[in-house]
Design a protein around this ligand. Structure first.
Ligand code: NI
Ligand code: MN
Length: 222
């Protein structure tokens, strides 16, 4: 099945996928307003720069069990799942992948366990998008490529809290998606990175294309 999906980078790790449904991943942006025309939300982990405005948006929201339980307590129609599992909501397939990162639901206060951190492979309109969440490089990214063949990989490159470009170069090779979009950088000084050399090096040494998107940019996939 061939069709297209639109992908809009809203800033930081926040991405909107628009096909037959609108799916908002990690609904946090440092400034401006999130779109209201959203059917489904996916949250990779409990940190404030990912959980973001999930409670206010109040949409069906996919998250790891502990985050989903917290959201349900706030009245959000949340769907819990866990690493390695899948759920289909409104015809949109969500697979939850590993991420090597911590998780704590900051807005719930100290001691509130956020479960683990995750990534997602989201399938809609015959297109598959991998959003890695916040993560270190891990070699099982090869399995994500082998099993789910994502058309796009959204990879953090900011360093300090996640992979930096050096590790994301290897992640991109492991995953093998034909298109890579760097995320989770330049939001704050602590995660300052120049994505230019990352793009140049990856495109020079592989067949992978790198799209550097500014907040608000939309591209069609594939
Ligand atoms: Ni985080
Ligand atoms: Mn983060």
């Amino acid at each position: 099945m061939f069709s297209t999906m639109e992908l809009t980078f809203l800033g930081h790790a926040c991405v909107l996928l628009s096909g037959k449904k609108s799916v908002l991943i990690d609904p946090f942006i440092p400034e401006g307003e999130l779109p209201e025309d959203v059917d489904l939300v996916a949250v990779t982990h409990g940190h404030a720069d990912h959980l973001g405005e999930a409670v206010r948006l109040h949409r069906p929201t996919v998250a790891i069990n502990e985050v989903a339980k917290y959201l349900a307590e706030q009245g959000v129609p949340a769907e819990g799942m866990n690493h390695g599992g899948a759920i289909t909501l409104d015809g949109v397939l969500f697979r939850m992948t590993h991420a090597i990162h911590s998780s704590w639901i900051e807005e719930a206060g100290p001691g509130y366990n956020g479960g683990g951190a995750a990534g997602f492979v989201i399938g809609m309109e015959g297109v598959s998008v991998y959003h890695a969440g916040d993560t270190a490089l891990f070699s099982d990214m090869k399995l994500i490529g082998e099993l789910y063949h994502p058309d796009v990989a959204l990879l953090p490159i900011g360093g300090r809290f996640t992979m930096a470009p050096e590790e994301a170069m290897i992640a991109a090779r492991f995953i093998g998606a034909p298109l890579v979009i760097p995320i989770h950088y330049n939001t704050w000084p602590k995660i300052r990175q120049d994505p230019g050399p990352f793009k140049a090096a990856l495109e020079k040494t592989t067949d992978i294309r790198v799209e550097i998107l500014r907040p608000g940019d939309t591209i069609s996939i594939p």
